[in-house]
Design a protein around this ligand. Sequence first.
Ligand code: SF4
Length: 551
Amino acid sequence: MASNPEKPATATARRKAGRHRGEGQWAVGHFTPLNGNEQFKKDDDGLNVRTRIETIYSKAGFQSIDPNDLRGRMRWWGLYTQRKPGIDGGKTAILEPEELDDEFFMLRVRIDGGRLTTAQLRVIGEISQEFARGTADITDRQNIQYHWIRIEDMPEIWRRLEEVGLSTTEACGDTPRVVLGSPVAGIAEDEIIDGTPAIDEIYRRIVGNKDFSNLPRKFKSAISGSPLLDVAHEINDIAFVGVEHPEHGPGFDLWVGGGLSTNPKIGVRLGAWVPLDEVPDVYEGVISIFRDYGYRRLRNRARLKFLVADWGAEKFRKVLEDEYLKRPLVDGPAPAQPVQRWRDHVGVHRQQDGRYYVGFAPRVGRVDGATLTKIADVAEAHGSGRLRTTVEQKMIVLDVEQDQVESLSSALEALDLTVRPSSFRRGTMACTGIEFCKLAIVETKARGASLIDELERRIPEFDEPITININGCPNACARIQVADIGLKGQLVLDDDGNQVEGYQVHLGGALGLEAGFGRKVRGLKVTSDELPDYVERVLRRFQKEREEGER
Ligand code: SF4
């Protein structure tokens, strides 16, 4: 029988033909059909929801919220509905979104470059205590995240945040998210270049600008001039990495198309060197390519990494230069491999000006409003009032005189925020998990904290750099794919055949110039209860059998 010439025979051929029909790229005229997300973005810009929150929803309450605002546009202002308490992970994939929705919200405060003052931290702490039942987590994107937020309180929360120069604008949604920055920008002795002016200009030019508020999906960015490569630049949609050009001096190496979650990809270098004052133009060019050429037809192909994978670095750079910048970029060198594996700035380090910065470690980023307020007091008493958050869920106090370092360290220890953490406390991260996240299948934060305590008790002598990242579902909020030990939450079978909380294990992932994804250990799943035993076994065997210099 002759095959139907209209219908390609194989799945690959069909996929190619489908792409030919269009991936939803505006720049080539593919404006329809629209999926649900593209439709609500077309109907009304996500940024417009703020007026409705202030004038209608905060007065009439949760029930008055339009569903497209509730599960869509609210994100443009950092708001997500949180998971109703008591729904177990087995129901996550079965229930409708409205059955999982609580009447409370998660709220993300964006902290571009991780820069905070003690005045800002105090306000963050007060909001936590007054409006968020004391919750406040430091995220691995340098943000602060609250839970238990009521829609009625949002106008007052925004008023307080904005009074001290903080915002939740485009903290979530298909938008230009927080710009990660080196937590020691402008102060580190070994700094190649300070990217702070570029972060500020990008925020001023792009964030809250309706030219860039309807992207195909989220757009993650990072800028660091630290030789430690301290912003996980490899897994951002765009990243600027400090390098010394042999002729032009310090500037940035440009990376695009990184991202984890489904189909994880390490970003690719475009081979271009960008001087500091041109970083915002190049950022604008790349985000414009994403807006115009990004795939919008299928949500799971809408991140920039898919376009970069299809085009390749050479074509991407050419389109950037020819259509957006209207000039060629300068060729430049790649960054060098950092000399150390810890990139979190924990501990005591000298600044350029002879003072010190002091990095400390909560457990898995979990703090609370009262603690944040106390951190502000302690930082103010010992430093100049400047702090930073890191992409490892840690914090740093800046500008500490040498004779204040010990007193500051003791004051932080008294808050259970150690400056000299074990490798386990230092290297373990966890996402939000089932406590609040609607996509979660398992518990993460409490599990991570208890794993740290247990490993410290069992292997106190272990002092290698090690990363143990815990996700509550197959997404990648805690970067499991690039951890030494990555734990992906799922339901597993225990010895008696019962479905219980557990993890799929990934081993051997890394960031840096040897960046790569951990290997999914085939069939290796551990129950939550078995987790300390399993990790202890892996680490003991690693200690025993490793070769010289082996991670
Ligand atoms: Fe939620 Fe999954 Fe992200 Fe964790 S990894 S915060 S469970 S979406």
